[in-house]
Design a binder for this molecule. Structure first.
Ligand code: PH2
Ligand code: MG
Ligand code: MG
Length: 168
């Protein structure tokens, strides 16, 4: 009989650039706190940033949450998708397009996961200032990012250009 491994520390990136983005991110943080078998251990400030990627669209509001969860990575992902849907997120195939709520599973303990629909660490994490700077508010600089060294090493190569702390 396998032992219960106990809770895993996971990090979730939150983003919105439609329909009152700051309020949507705050509501999503509250919803994360209500997930089963899960504790919201810390939440970063909210940050505004210009859209990253090829699509012209409104600025984003982003934040990062630290969870302790007894859910598997796949079960946590399904809960994140359900919360996105509950806030009116349309999955219309526009990978880079505007969204009312985007919840990305950034890290799940020290796991590396590459299955259909789920890549952990999140592929954008190493290069996105709107992920790394809020992550550094809720995690130690020694945090391991599997395949990429530490959070501190990644931050040292990532300029904060365009990123503005807006509340929290
Ligand atoms: N998310 C995207 C595309 N571009 N840019 C910023 N600043 N913040 C985001 O969360 C973001 C983005 C797709 O998920
Ligand atoms: Mg995203
Ligand atoms: Mg996403």
């Amino acid at each position: 009989v396998s032992q219960n491994p106990g809770p895993v520390v996971a990090y979730v990136g939150l983003g919105s650039n439609l329909d009152g983005p700051a309020a949507r991110v705050r509501a999503a943080l509250a919803a994360l706190a209500e997930l089963p078998q899960t504790t919201l251990q810390a939440a970063s400030a909210l940050y505004a940033s210009p859209p990253f990627g090829p699509v012209p669209q409104p600025d984003f509001v982003n934040a990062v949450a630290q969870l302790a969860t007894g859910l598997s990575a796949v079960d946590l992902l399904h809960h994140l998708r359900a919360l996105e849907q509950a806030q009116g997120r349309m999955r219309d195939g526009h990978r880079w397009g505007p969204r009312t709520l985007d919840l990305d599973l950034l890290l799940y303990g020290e796991a590396t996961i590459a299955i259909e629909g789920l890549s952990v660490p999140h592929p954008g994490l190493p290069e996105r200032n709107f992920v790394l700077y809020p992550l550094a508010e809720v995690a130690a600089l020694t945090l391991a990012v599997p395949g990429h060294g530490t959070l501190g090493a990644l931050l040292a190569t990532c300029a904060a250009d365009g990123l503005r702390k807006i509340e929290g």
